[in-house]
Design a protein around this ligand. Sequence first.
Ligand code: IPM
Ligand code: MG
Length: 350
Amino acid sequence: MTDLLLLPGDGIGPEVIAEVKRVAARLWPELTTSEMPFGGASFDQLGTPLSDEALAAAKSARAVLMGAVGGPKWAGAPRDKRPEAGLLRLRAGMGVFANLRPALCFQPLAEASTLKRELVEGLDIVIVRELTGGVYFGQPRGIEDLPGGGRRGVDTQVYTTAEIERVARVAFELARGRRNKVTSAEKSNVMETGLLWRQVVTDLHKREFADVTLEHMLADTAAMQLVKAPKQFDVLLTDNLFGDILSDEAAQLTGGMGLLPSAALGAPGTPGLYEPIHGSAPDIAGKGIANPLAAILSFEMALRWSLGRADLADRLFQAVGRALDAGARTPDIGGRLTTAEMGDSVLAQI
Ligand code: IPM
Ligand code: MG
């Protein structure tokens, strides 16, 4: 059994995962890792974006770290063979229903945000995104031809009490170790799933988490408040689709997508899936200028949440902070370092 399964994937994925490997080798030489093709790379080699072997390896590792998937090369592939379909199958297959997406503003990067410094300086929020349900997986779905001409596309947003409760529980527990506040975002004003979401979160809060401050907010208002006064949030709990959107927005608050890691967790004792929230960035893939920090910080989260080494996670987190303090910057955050040089800067601080 390996400790950490690496799925570099496509685009800048392999470039940023290469830096994680160097960091891991320095920080924890005994850590065992293995690597499998995933996403478009797997489709090219094996005809499927996620092989049965890769899924089995993921389920038997202690943690899985993914780079990125997707790119224009596979845009024409049938939907179930697209790299993104492999990622959704991996998330569902591993049962990682709670996706933690921290948006943390490193002090020296407050200037890199497109928002005013005072709004983002010291920002530290976590989005808890439901990851294995909702419109990403709901049935029926598809595009059908209409008899009179034209076509009809259908997606289904569906949530059960159990699905909402288990992810809400993660958010409340997380908040207890932080500033003790959960903001739950949905569209209960127009959606049935939104109404159920609000009711289930309210009930669970009353039953088990009355000590935590709970606030409900419509998802569109949450999008607005995130750019207006982001520091009002501590833990932002939301569904799969809203979480996808709000986490990109939150990433930009902190200086960009190149910095934000994520952890997807399932039932206790099962492996977590760690991914930088940036995509495969085909426009800069192969140029050696991608920012490896989101991937390195995803490894940091794996150390903390799955590999039982919070001590090493702390060391790595501090090393990243010191590298940024010392001025290490890739182009996305206003500098000129290559991916490998950014890796060097972190290694030098470990
Ligand atoms: C993300 C990505 C994925 C998602 C894509 C690549 C399927 O945008 O992790 O945020 O929509 O979940
Ligand atoms: Mg996304």
